[in-house]
Write a protein that binds this ligand. Structure first.
Ligand code: AP5
Ligand code: MG
Length: 190
């Protein structure tokens, strides 16, 4: 299937993880979710997990010093030769600049940055529902509010950052899952 080097951007609850799972299977490239890596580190009680949990519970970004090395290591693994999908990274301008340098070093330029566009009230109700159904620790009212605030302050500026470089493709993420996936498949097919 089509190789792909993609970044998935979008507010919390916009469907990054849901769609990255589908497109990763479609393209046969690994789905790299910093949030999933961190949640598994918390569950296993590793040093990283112990340090990250406080920030995750508060809905704050985990400090770059804990994230950047993790991404360098993960993108350097053997399974990334024909591509990767980054979900939840980069999350601020420093991380985006780091990624630029890293991808240059790897000689693996990013094909495009997909922005999943979903209104606040929709993402909030999705996360509250998941909180009830699956009990993800940060899917509660207070943490969701801060995750959205942190998104506005630190992550949303990346939309302009990538748009200025003509790397951004925005997709309406407020549609049934399968319709969003179909749009994304067309994008990766080029
Ligand atoms: P992270 O795990 O990245 O969470 P997030 O960005 O807050 O987003 P979510 O995972 O909640 O949403 P999503 O966009 O993946 O949507 P999903 O597909 O799950 O980060 C968690 C924390 O880790 C951060 O707060 C931070 O502390 C830390 N962290 C992570 N990366 C970091 C980084 N790079 N730097 C620093 N700190 C970092 O969908 C949401 C729900 O909606 C699901 O229940 C799903 O089934 C449902 N759904 C999805 N699509 C649809 C649809 N089209 N229609 C209806 N329902 C849908
Ligand atoms: Mg996610």
């Amino acid at each position: 299937m089509a190789a792909a080097r993609l970044v998935f951007l979008g507010p919390p609850g916009s469907g990054k993880g849901t769609q990255a799972t589908q497109i990763s299977e479609f393209c046969g490239v690994p789905h790299i979710s910093t949030g999933a890596i961190l949640r598994s580190s918390v569950a296993q009680g590793t040093e990283l997990g112990k340090k990250a949990q406080f920030y995750m519970d508060a809905g704050e970004l985990v400090p770059d010093e804990l994230i950047l090395g993790l991404i360098r290591e993960r993108l350097g693994a053997d399974d990334t030769q024909s591509g990767w999908i980054l979900d939840g990274f980069p999350r601020n301008v420093e991380q985006a600049n780091f990624l630029d340098v890293l991808l240059q070093e790897m000689d693996q330029p990013c094909d495009c940055v997909v922005n999943l566009d979903v209104p606040d009230e929709v993402v909030v109700s999705r996360m509250l529902l998941r909180g009830e159904q699956e009990g993800r620790a940060d899917d509660n009212q207070a943490t969701i509010r801060n995750r959205l605030e942190v998104y506005r302050q630190q992550t949303e500026p990346l939309i302009a950052f990538y748009r200025n470089r003509q790397q951004l493709v925005s997709v309406d993420g407020n549609q049934p899952v399968d319709l969003v996936t179909e749009e994304l498949k067309k994008i990766v097919h080029g």
